[in-house]
Design a protein around this ligand. Sequence first.
Ligand code: GTP
Ligand code: SPV
Ligand code: MN
Length: 592
Amino acid sequence: MTTPLEKWVDEQARLAKPDKVYWCDGSEEEARRLLEVGMKEEKIGSTPVFQELNQESWPNAYFHRSHPTDVARTEHLTFVCLANKELVGPNNNWMDPVEAKQMLAKLSDGCMRGRTMYVMPYTMGHPKSPYAKACVQVTDISYVAVNMRIMTRMGKDALERIGTREDFVRGFHSIGDLDPNKRFIMHFPDDNMVWSIGSGYGGNALLGKKCFSLRIASWLGYRESWLAEHMVILGIEDPQGKVTYITAALPSACGKTNLAMLQSALPGYKIWTLGDDIAWLNIGKDGRLYAINPETGLFGVAPGTSMKTNPNMLLTLKGKKFFPTLFTNTAVDTDKNEPWWEGLSDTPPEHMLDWQGNVWDRSKGAKAAHANSRFTASIYNSPTLSKEIDNPQGVPISAIIFGGRRTQLIPLVMEAFNWRHGVFLGTRMGSETTAAASGQNVGALRRDPMAMLPFCGYNMGDYFGHWLDIGKKLTNPPKIYSVNWFRVDENGKFIWPGFGDNIRVLKWIIDRANNKVGVQKTPLGFLPQMKDLDFSGLNIPEEKLGRLFDINLSDWESELKDIEKFFEQFGAHMPAEMWEEYHALAGHLGKK
Ligand code: GTP
Ligand code: SPV
Ligand code: MN
């Protein structure tokens, strides 16, 4: 008897017409074979898909260079297709699902000719977790298949979990001809399906990641009473050995991976890593919020990663437990056959190819690695891996952090008055844009509620309402905080040292969560009393640190206008409670 899974795969093969169909088992031996295929047979243009790097200095490392037009998520080509346009909201591009499927079927007809279709059964979440979801993705490039082995739990357990069920999540992926004009990343939440063609890059192609675990999963969570969030999950161990678990939502390229592996600048404190990008949050029987990381890998920003900023990440990249580690669009040191990116070392190597494969000429001043160049490494290689990583129930969360990249205005840290006010802090988040998405003016301020603007698979007004509903169901909710590592001084320099010193802020947060310290009440929220922040050993004048908490009323005037304009887009979908919070804040700041 043919199972629904086999039937679906067969339909995809009949449409895409690959030369071969290959079912992946997710094993190491298979990954080694696929890397060989990527080095010897498959190409992007004339470049082999993979290149082996120096196995002595960078064990298990392989390099991939993508098409130069295909180096980041493409939000303008990303669509959510529900029959009712109103449901997807102004935060998503919309196309009618029938029309979208017709268009995609035409583009996909024969798109895998001459190629292999890799079939990848996988789960997001531990296969034993009640919160995990069983999925399958097909793709026509070894790069995606090897990445998915690192990022998800692929193979037998997933096949068993799917069995003869119909409700598995379907992902169709083809690089097509990599023509940006024929590139679409389309979501069909009512069919549990993602259809992506024309891109081989990260969030566009590894469909278990943003496409399923956030856009489709947020929609599932809305209907099933849970949350799918763009959040890191970590445990903070204090000097007494007590571990407090928190999550933090920060927009793309704003510090999640760094936070997840932070090397504490305060003696006695230690960070345990559970996830660096996505958290699924469920309400436990005890009325607390529990987090699981649906992923198993770290697809992180390379530039800026070094032994100084993030030593645990570098140790993870050189870890040998789980094979392999991939580098995408970094530069390559041609003398040593090693990956390199800005920030890895103070002086760039003598001879390099830049991310496009051209000889790098330092006199031209251009960056050698792409600003959104990335590594893919298994979380199991992390020296800070939490022992709770495979706990099917997840970990209980004591605090939720919302943060953004704001050079002005937003204080270093602040606590919400209560859950509802905390949700408001999330909804009014803004961040200066980064290179993680293409086609944007990097550095421009955009509102990015809960760091989910590009990833919420339905109307964000309804999503805010959903957050409020979840709060009502939690008898023991986490406290909510806002943070900002990125405030600058008059010379445009970051005031806060960040990275390992962020533990000082986390310490205050867990001290609050454990009711050890008080606060000062301000119109914005609860701010720390300076005496409770451990700044010991920091070589920064008190006066300068104080500026991290300045409230500048005239800056807030334009901020409030911008928030109002943003909220208005959601019309009747915007919860009244959020407008009440808005007016309360405007009133406190003396604005209308
Ligand atoms: P995505 O993978 O795109 O979701 O990004 P992310 O949120 O995981 O960001 P990541 O930790 O990779 O950091 C992105 C950039 O921010 C890197 O260039 C880091 O060096 C920089 N960064 C991270 N933490 C800090 C910090 O505390 N202070 C400053 N100034 N920069 C930081
Ligand atoms: C992000 O942009 O938030 C990422 C990278 O984590 S991607 O997988 O491309 O979404
Ligand atoms: Mn991310």
